[in-house]
Design a protein around this ligand. Sequence first.
Ligand code: MRU
Length: 343
Amino acid sequence: MIDTVWLDEEKDLLMYIDQTLLPNELRVCSCSDIFDLSAIIKRLAIRGAPAIGVGAAIGLYAAASRFEEESEQGFLYSFTKCAEYVTNARPTAVNLSWAANRMVKCANESLGHGVEHLKSALKAEALKIYNEDIETCKKIGIYGDTLIKDGAGILTHCNAGSLAAVRYGTALAPIYIAAEKGKRIHVYADETRPLLQGARLTVYELCESGIDVTLQCDNMAASLMASGRIDCIFVGADRVAKNGDAANKIGTSGVAIIAKHYGIPFYVCAPFSTIDFSCESGKDIIIEQRDGSEVSTLHYQKRMTHESAKIYNPAFDVTPSELITGIITERGIFKGDEIANQQ
Ligand code: MRU
């Protein structure tokens, strides 16, 4: 398993793998500037809901460790502005605002002992968020593994693995735990148009981990399910509403609809930091719209559609709670209508 984001504690730098370069290049980069941090998240160099949250927390600390403000109030003002700025980088993954708010809360609660103390408190909080992610995802994996039988065929969409979190990932965590236990499993990865997170990232990390994986185009999912190869489906989430509706990478809801038709269990794996209790239902989730060039040009040698084509490019869709067999969290597996009681 790969660590995707981490803190260089000597140099106070956010370290991250630039995911836009995978699978062809594994490049480790660093960041300590708030404008760079926002740009890195926007262009998906750090992506995946938990990784965005942890990356934002560490990046905010790295930036704050360089603040020259001498007064606590000046420091707090600048830090709060930075947190607001980074929160706006992407709208759908709630882990981003969740982590930024935690860092701001920590700064507020640490006032009264000077700026150096504030910096130390923020460092400790960023490391806590990082370590919690590893533990949380491992627990998701342990609960999810109970649903995997030896010899299972498992379908996943997008990348909700190591690269999308700090280490275990969410949707791939049960797969890593099952593999650690010696279960024979075969993963089918949707390529995930238009940005190919499945083809580029899920296949990369599973191959690197020695887990059996087959890649198929998104429009082959129905054929695959009809063939009887798929026993269960695990996907991640960017925001889960109070009623159990779950936003995840575009195409996820289609997979859930097909799974319902074929009677295949469809599980969403998400830490509690991805549940937004202020969102009553999926209708309240803001869906990020991204540039049309991702559809027309990015992964093609030449533009592949007419130059005046209008392009629809929502980055996420919402799977209704009733299509989700269970939401696997670090606290157990819940039905959508049980989520509201967990607040
Ligand atoms: O646009 P991305 O690549 O950040 O979208 C990622 C996903 O949709 C993941 O499935 C989700 O963030 C969960 S990651 C554990």
